[in-house]
Write a protein that binds this ligand. Structure first.
Ligand code: NAD
Length: 498
């Protein structure tokens, strides 16, 4: 059984914690790994190690800091298959889907390679007689990332390449459920030639997270996970004087206008609702057709596609989606389907009771489709994070916008239409951080930034892209006058332009 180590100061270090978590292959339900849950003292030692490396790393010229980043990118490119396999083995997503995740993570490494340009400051000559002023951004020191199970490679890569190229040392606390891809990537990072202690990985649960949030040498925390934990991390981290960006859960709606190309909209919904078994923070979990006719056409086109979804283990090239991540999560998703029926939604396709030959103990849930879901139902209000799509019928465009704006989450949304004016007004009025127009998963590219609104993001900064650079650095503005000004004697009035 694979026993997973921490990575501290450039070395693998076994945790001596007596508490452990089991890691499973979700396709078979067999345990494949043991993950020690690090103690607060172990976390503190990791942070001290990072702090010891931080001063020199922060002073290293940015051009030198990005040289190993180019090598890291090359190594990632050369190992995409192995990384994807490590993801699938513990997460369950298909190999093709895992490759997509790795590719989106590598894009952030590309972006971080451009840090010399991104850190260029601003300079104003002669802001007063013989006085110059300039602003530049400096690293914070040691920063941390706490990441969820659903993108075990990509979400950490949203964080540390940017933080590290900007001059910080990083402590990563990955998800307990699928830690192996992180360790494989850490090994590539080490081979790329970064100094020891620049990237450290410490495994654990709440004890480790609290130790990070409370430690005075951690200056900023990036969190991605569910909303209750995001809110907790934000409150505790900021109370300790840290900068915190905490990205939370989602309930992403897709509006289908009567003029939408229905075939394309259905294709888009299939991938966005059921890809990765619905375990994406940008998954579409609510479809909102406008008008009864559009709704009937949508259900008629969707239902056979959902029934025909190919569910299977990651190794099956024909599989369109894999299992969900754990037995507990499978039970939670199945429980939501039961609740939807009890609450009066119309169950058009029932994903309960799916078993696959040879994988009887896997955590599979079949594609599920509900019609006539209403806003008071828990399957509408809460994030299910499984392959369950709810159709909420709206009478008008305005009603759909109101529905989305009233929802507590504000991560992503999409509209399917052929009408430019409807799309433009939608993008303008909708209270959601990321909007797709005929694009179902509007995940911003690495040189833009990713972030939701409302209870999908706590804090001021979105993640990666230019917002990431701002988050991991602080602004310093220097105003300088050289000898002659001082030689002319002391000045007692508040400085102003003469
Ligand atoms: P989670 O909140 O259970 O766990 C996230 C991290 O928090 C993990 O590292 C975990 O160890 C830690 N954690 C869990 N319980 C904790 C506690 N009580 N105290 C302190 N730390 C704790 O999330 P998950 O199930 O791993 O991931 C799925 C969730 O993440 C979904 O809600 C999904 O929408 C969200 N997510 C959001 C985004 C985004 O960008 N907004 C991206 C990916 C996932």
């Amino acid at each position: 059984m694979n026993r997973i180590s921490n990575a501290v100061g450039g070395k693998l270090v076994a945790s001596s914690s007596s508490r452990v978590a089991a890691v499973f292959d979700p396709a078979t339900g067999t345990q494949t790994g043991i993950l020690p849950l690090s103690t607060a003292a172990e976390v503190a030692a990791v942070i001290e190690n990072a702090a010891a490396a931080a001063e020199e790393w922060g002073r290293t010229p940015v051009l030198k800091r990005v040289r190993p980043m180019f090598e890291f990118k090359r190594l990632l490119d050369a190992n995409v298959d192995a990384i994807a396999a490590a993801i699938s083995a513990e997460h369950g997503k298909t190999h093709a889907d895992a490759l997509g995740e790795v590719a989106r993570g590598i894009e952030v490494v590309d972006f971080a390679c451009g840090m010399p340009q991104l850190l260029k400051g601003e300079f104003s000559r002669n802001v007063g007689p013989d006085v110059d002023s300039w602003s530049h951004r400096q690293p914070l020191g040691v920063v941390a990332g706490i990441t969820p199970f659903n993108f075990p490679a990509m979400v950490p890569l949203w964080m540390y390449p940017v933080a590290i190229a900007a001059g910080n040392c990083f402590v990563l606390k990955p998800s307990e459920r699928d830690p192996s891809a992180v360790m494989l990537i850490w090994e590539l990072f080490r081979q790329a030639g970064f100094p020891d202690g620049v990237l450290n990985v410490v495994h654990g649960d709440k004890e480790a997270v609290d130790a990070i949030l409370d430690h005075p040498k951690i200056k900023a925390v990036s969190f991605v996970g569910s909303t209750p934990i995001a809110e907790y991390v934000y409150a505790r981290g900021t109370a300790k004087g840290k900068r915190v960006q905490a990205l939370g859960g989602a309930k992403n709606h897709a509006v289908i206008m009567p003029d939408a190309d229905m075939d394309k909209a259905v294709d888009a919904l299939m991938g966005a609702a059921y890809g990765s078994a619905g375990e994406r923070c940008m998954a579409i979990s609510v479809a909102v057709p406008i008008g009864e006719t559009t709704a009937d056409r949508l259900i008629e086109a969707l239902a056979p596609r959902v029934r025909a979804l190919k569910v299977g283990p990651a190794g099956d090239p024909a599989a369109e989606m894999g299992p969900v991540v754990t037995k507990m999560h499978q039970e939670k998703v199945l429980g939501y389907i039961d609740r939807g029926v009890e609450e009066g939604a119309e169950l058009v396709v029932d994903g309960r009771g799916l078993t696959l030959q040879g994988y009887e103990n896997g955590y599979f849930v079949g594609g599920t489709l509900f019609d006539r879901v209403t806003p008071n139902m828990s399957i509408y209000r809460e994030e299910i994070f499984g392959p369950v799509l709810s159709v909420v019928r709206a009478n008008s465009y305005d009603e759909a916008i109101g529905l989305i704006n009233d929802h507590e989450f504000g991560n992503g949304t999409a509209i399917f239409t052929r009408d430019g004016d409807a799309a433009r007004a939608f993008a303008d009025r909708i209270e959601i951080g990321m909007v797709g127009i005929n694009v179902p998963l509007p995940v911003p590219v690495a040189f833009h930034s990713f972030g939701g609104w409302k209870r999908s993001l706590f804090g001021d900064h979105s993640i990666y892209g230019p917002e990431g650079v701002r988050f991991y650095t602080r602004l310093k503005t220097i105003t300088a006058r050289w000898p002659t000004g001082i030689r002319s004697g002391a000045e007692f009035n508040f400085p102003s332009l003469k």
